[in-house]
Design a protein around this ligand. Structure first.
Ligand code: 0WD
Length: 257
């Protein structure tokens, strides 16, 4: 029996087979969780539905996190699908305008780029946790988000996204403190670089992959399976004492100076 048997998980952030959220969904499905999914727009709908049909046939709901009405509609739909609630919320969503994640920090900086990155990449975690809260009561629930080393170190080109990830990690900790008394744990995985759609928007990403391969203690980059397995563990009752933590799944790269 899988260690997520009997758990219900909402997976956001699948944009392709390569998405980290896809690796998380596969691991959670393998461990016995029942899944539901969101897709950002009509273009991604059929891709997400393909993943859903491969992983137990759960429903897919539209969700653009910049739209409060869609967040409300998602949890209303989910409440109809799972009337007695659900256990796991996976937040794997980030975005910054392309010109702001290339070159030097100040080059592509604007009020608009800064606030879009904050809104989609950090505020959305709090907004989704707030919407999910009533459905996650009394079930030893878990919320998980995805961060990156650029939250705590300056990295080439990551720029406004690094600032948004710092905000995301702080948001994760405030949520953990707020929701802990309700038995809901909130954690982040800081993943090493993985070639996905979102990553290909970051200036010089190929070089970053090569640098990690050469310098990480494991001398390799990580896969969506590496991240998925840790995500499944963190959202399971095996991790019942862990909340407010950033767990690095990066082949150890963050310990290297
Ligand atoms: O190296 C990497 N790939 C790392 C990614 C290292 C460390 C962390 N992460 C994080 C990302 O910052 C993100 O938070 O992992 C999370 C998942 O990212 P991913 O799997 O790398 O990227 P991708 O497959 O592109 O999925 C992210 C998706 C979006 O994809 P696109 O490429 O279309 O922007 O986030 C979704 C969207 O589907 N997304 C939204 N969902 C709802 N509403 C929105 C939105 N407004 N904007 C983006």
């Amino acid at each position: 029996m899988g260690f997520l048997q009997g758990k219900r998980a909402l997976i956001t952030g699948i944009a392709s087979q390569r998405s980290i959220a896809n690796g998380i969904a596969e691991a959670m499905h393998r461990e016995g969780a029942e899944l539901a999914f969101t897709y950002q727009n009509e273009k991604l709908k059929s891709r997400v539905e393909d993943v859903a049909s491969r992983l137990g046939g759960g429903p897919s709901f539209p969700l653009d996190v910049t739209d409060d009405a869609q967040i409300d509609a998602l949890f209303a739909d989910l409440g109809r699908h799972w009337p007695d609630g659900f256990d796991i919320l996976v937040h794997a969503i980030a975005f910054a305008p392309r010109e702001a994640i290339a070159g030097q920090f100040l080059d592509g900086l604007s009020r608009e780029a800064f606030s879009v990155a904050q809104d989609i990449s950090a505020y959305s975690l709090a907004a989704l946790a707030k919407g999910a809260r009533p459905l996650m009561q009394g079930r030893n629930g878990a919320v998980l988000t995805l961060s990156y080393l650029g939250a705590v170190r300056t990295l080439p080109s990551y720029n406004v996204m690094g600032v948004a990830k710092a905000s995301l990690e702080a948001t994760m900790r405030y949520l953990a403190y707020n929701l802990g008394p309700e038995g809901i744990r909130v954690n982040a995985i800081s993943a090493g670089p993985i070639k996905t759609l979102a990553a290909s928007g970051i200036g010089g990403f190929r070089k970053i992959l090569g640098h990690v391969e050469a310098h990480a203690p494991m001398r390799r980059t990580v896969s969506i399976e590496d991240v998925g397995n840790v995500a499944a563990f963190l959202c399971s009752d095996l991790a019942s004492g862990v909340t407010g933590e950033v767990t690095y799944v990066d082949g150890g790269y963050n310990i290297v100076s």
